[in-house]
Design a protein around this ligand. Structure first.
Ligand code: SF4
Ligand code: SF4
Length: 380
């Protein structure tokens, strides 16, 4: 199977202020092109476009193509589940909306601190395993925005998971907050193939600073900025599928072209991407170099560089109530004995240690406002 998946999270809209107003006609054309070019993997989820993502898939694909010409992935929305009796109705609704009799791939959606009620208080894993035994699911896996340790624990507890969907892109690869590389390594350790989400970091890597773009264009004038990001993830041996989330026919055309002519990155290109990463990181909000000199100074055990890494990541995304980074902060906050930003007593012991002279207590206040919101269950 070719490595490009049609991620249906950001479909074209008729009204940009209405997430449910999917432009079904354009989605039909996108699906036609995708299948015509020999790609087959569609990725949907229960909450995308308030349910219209699953409907768009049915209209564009299920009602117009034979069942053996495509594969579909759907996801159980753990973050919406608070009781056992929701499971069967949601699963039935998903089958009805998509119009299929079974899912080729089914994922427990975002297994992390954000959704723990949905799989600790309710046996969602057991439910999904039962659906697999019934033949309603062919392959069962999970997606997560948790960190590497979290993923390791989950895969140890649930060896029956066949694959994982992870956030991986060249900017997050070595990020202390997102831990893309570490999560990828955990998946490899557990022998789980990896599907990739956010290869462009929510579109951020489609529009890099001019000096970074110049580096890419000087090396290869014909390669788009996007193609560098896609080739980075597709070059990873254990990545079997990349979800791109195209929002228009033109974007999908470009993604298809990139994957049709795919060649793995060479050493020189990896070096260029490292420089690109440095340029992007030099334009960030808090100029923390992650030297960790402040770590031992904090009596509240606040992992300052980790928190600043998450904060910087959040600041380059569009504001939204839920973001993968906010989710990662919530996971961090649940670690035993981890100090969080609101634990900061403004003692300033860290400030003396910081070679970058960052006003750490001041930034911590903004970190609290950014992440410790009621939405994530913090008391404001
Ligand atoms: S000012 Fe805040 S972050 Fe810095 S050492 Fe004191 S408690 Fe820790
Ligand atoms: S000492 Fe300053 S630069 Fe170094 S990790 Fe701490 S906050 Fe970042």
């Amino acid at each position: 199977m070719k490595k490009l998946a049609f991620g249906m999270m950001r479909l074209p809209l008729l009204d940009e202020n209405d997430e449910s107003s999917v432009d079904f006609e354009q989605v039909n054309k996108m699906a036609d092109l995708f299948l015509e070019k020999g790609f087959t993997f569609f990725d949907t989820a229960y909450p995308y476009h308030f349910g219209n993502c699953e409907v768009a898939f049915r209209k564009a694909v299920v009602e117009r193509y034979p069942r053996d010409s495509y594969v579909i992935a759907d996801k159980l929305p753990l973050f919406s589940i608070t009781s056992e009796d929701q499971l069967e109705p949601i699963f039935s609704e998903q089958l009805e909306r998509t119009g299929v009799d079974y899912f080729d791939y089914y994922l427990l959606h975002n297994v992390s601190g954000f959704s723990e009620k949905g799989f600790l208080d309710v046996d969602s894993f057991g439910f999904a395993n039962k659906k697999k035994e019934e033949g309603k699911i062919k392959h069962l896996g999970l997606s997560t925005h948790g960190n590497a340790e979290y993923l390791d624990n989950i895969l140890t507890m649930h060896p029956e998971m066949e694959f994982v969907l992870l956030q991986i892109n060249y900017l997050d690869w070595e990020s202390d907050g997102i831990e893309s590389r570490k999560c990828y390594d955990v998946a490899c350790k557990h022998n789980k193939p990896v599907l990739v989400m956010e290869p462009l970091k929510g579109g951020f890597l489609a529009d890099v600073p001019p000096e970074a773009e110049k580096l890419m264009k000087d090396y290869n004038p014909d390669a788009s900025v996007v193609s560098w990001a896609l080739r980075f993830v597709a070059s990873l041996d254990n990545v079997c599928m990349v979800l791109t989330g195209a929002s228009s026919l033109e974007q999908l055309e470009q993604n298809i072209e990139d994957f049709e002519n795919f060649t793995p990155l060479n050493d020189e290109e990896y070096e260029i991407l490292e420089k690109v990463r440095d340029i992007i990181n030099s334009n960030i909000t808090v100029e923390c170099t992650k030297c960790k000199y402040c770590l031992d100074a904090c009596p509240e055990s606040i992992n300052i560089p980790k928190i600043f890494d998450l904060y910087n990541n959040e600041k380059i995304l569009d504001p939204a109530p839920w973001t993968p980074v906010g989710n990662a902060y919530l996971n961090y906050s649940k670690l035993p004995s981890a100090g969080i930003a609101s634990d900061c007593t403004e003692c300033e012991m860290c400030v003396e240690e910081c070679p970058q002279h960052i006003d750490i207590p001041k930034v911590m206040k903004d970190v609290v406002k950014t992440f410790e919101t009621e939405y994530y269950g913090f008391k404001e």
